[in-house]
Write a protein that binds this ligand. Structure first.
Ligand SMILES: Cc1ncc(COP(=O)(O)O)c(C=O)c1O
Length: 405
């Protein structure tokens, strides 16, 4: 169905024993990831901000936004995945449990000596690579980071500042991933990629486990209150799959919140896969040109898709203007609501929720998702202003080269 340039695919809720297992992302496993992150000196739970005035204005019961701009001073959630994976990789090499390898031990000279020099390689729009570079830097190890063409200079500079051998390539995201894979094959580097494909699943699954630290914090911050609707933005879908999996495991599928996955229409590979629903992954190719740089991925993460296929309800493909709207709404709070600086990918779900609740052309979609005055909405602002120039251009001027209102 086409709703005013926003497209949606709806899945019937599934039940039974044959669903893709989500234990790996459930509360027990998530607590292990959180315990690891807790051992970092800069660990603090990121704020869960209640936007009561916005909820009232939009006619819903509650809107809570997890603000990941506060994560480890890195302005995005992504480091949770990379750090947990590198920690787990080193634990595996040493033959110890990750629970016995907290930060203090991990960065010790003895461990460095024991494992020798490792080069971690990855492809990234910015946030994931920054997390890998940051972790490698802390461990006194090396990192190589490939960025797709058109990546923001500020994002590159942030990665270079962490000592990575980083560059902006002439490739789109998915081809940059292939280049990183070549680095592993030819040079013996360790590929830490935040997407899975046939034969490359263990590391991305660990990255997804790392993301569930956010979900553990959210559960604690909600203190027993259950969201009715969770909106998750997707690039390759690993973050959405991990958080969706967590809630499906926590509440069980019968009682879990309604899960909606949101993507830019220029890189809507999860949406296309859901739309076809033919047992195959569907790719989007070309420049993947959206302001939502973190979501500009054309090939879904296979594990994430398996989770989302069986445990998510709605799949949205939307134009850039909706994300820009989300950035402005979060950055300009009503009444006593707290300001959230949310970047293009971070604000995608807030923008979609605002559109679906405010735009009369989308009322049918609003009903289909089941949003009403009782709804308790959970969003994750996955990044702050990681590209400050574009942030200002969008929030101040409402302009971007690829922005078409
Ligand atoms: C800020 C931000 N939000 C969301 C995502 C989406 O995560 P995933 O690629 O796991 O779907 C990314 C990915 O890089 C990101 O950088």
């Amino acid at each position: 169905m086409d709703y005013n340039r926003i497209q949606a695919v709806h899945f019937e809720k599934k039940s039974g024993t044959g669903l893709y297992p989500v234990d790996r992302f459930g509360p027990e496993s998530a607590k292990r990831a959180r315990a690891f992150h807790q051992s970092f000196p800069e660990y603090r739970p990121t704020p869960l901000v209640r936007l009561d005035a916005l909820a009232k204005e939009l006619g819903v019961g509650a809107i809570c936004v997890k603000d990941e701009s506060y994560r480890f001073g890195l302005n995005a959630f992504k480091v949770l995945g990379g750090s947990y994976t590198i920690g787990s990789y080193i634990a595996g090499k040493l033959g110890v449990d990750i629970a016995d390898l907290p930060y203090g031990k991990l960065v010790s000279p003895e461990i460095r000596e024991n494992i020798g020099e490792i080069t971690f390689v990855t492809a990234t729009d910015g946030n994931h690579g920054r997390g890998i570079a940051w972790t490698a830097n802390r461990l006194n190890q090396k990192s190589v980071v490939y960025m797709p063409k058109g990546s923001a200079k500020e994002r590159l500079d942030n990665i270079l500042a962490l000592g990575a051998d980083a560059s902006i390539t002439d490739l789109n995201y998915d081809d940059a991933v292939r280049l990183a894979k070549e680095g592993e094959d030819k040079n013996g580097w360790v590929l830490v990629q935040d997407t899975a494909w046939d034969g490359y699943e263990e590391i991305p699954a660990k990255i997804m486990e790392g993301y569930t630290t956010m979900a553990v914090e959210i559960t604690e911050q909600l203190a027993g209150e259950k969201p009715t609707h969770v909106f998750l933005q997707a690039g390759v879908g690993a973050m959405a799959g991990a958080i969706c999996g967590y809630f499906a495991a926590l509440y069980g599928d019968a009682d879990r919140p309604v899960i909606t996955v949101v993507e830019p229409d220029k890189a809507d590979c999860i949406f296309c896969t859901a739309k076809a629903n033919d047992g195959r992954l569907h790719f989007v190719t070309g420049d993947l040109d959206s302001i939502m740089a973190g979501l500009c991925c054309g090939e879904p993460c296979s594990i994430a898709w398996n989770v989302l296929r069986d445990h998510a309800d709605h799949f949205i493909s939307m134009p850039d203007y909706a994300a820009a709207e989300g950035m402005r709404i979060l950055g300009n709070p009503l009444a006593n609501d707290k300001r959230i600086i949310s970047g293009e990918s971070g604000a995608a779900t807030a923008g979609f929720v605002a559109e679906v609740l405010r735009n009369p052309a989308l009322y049918e979609l609003k009903d289909k998702i089941g949003l009403n005055s009782e709804s308790k909405i959970l969003l994750i602002s996955t990044e702050g202003d990681t590209d400050r120039e574009n942030y200002r251009r969008i929030v101040w001027d409402g302009l971007h080269p690829s922005y078409q209102a």
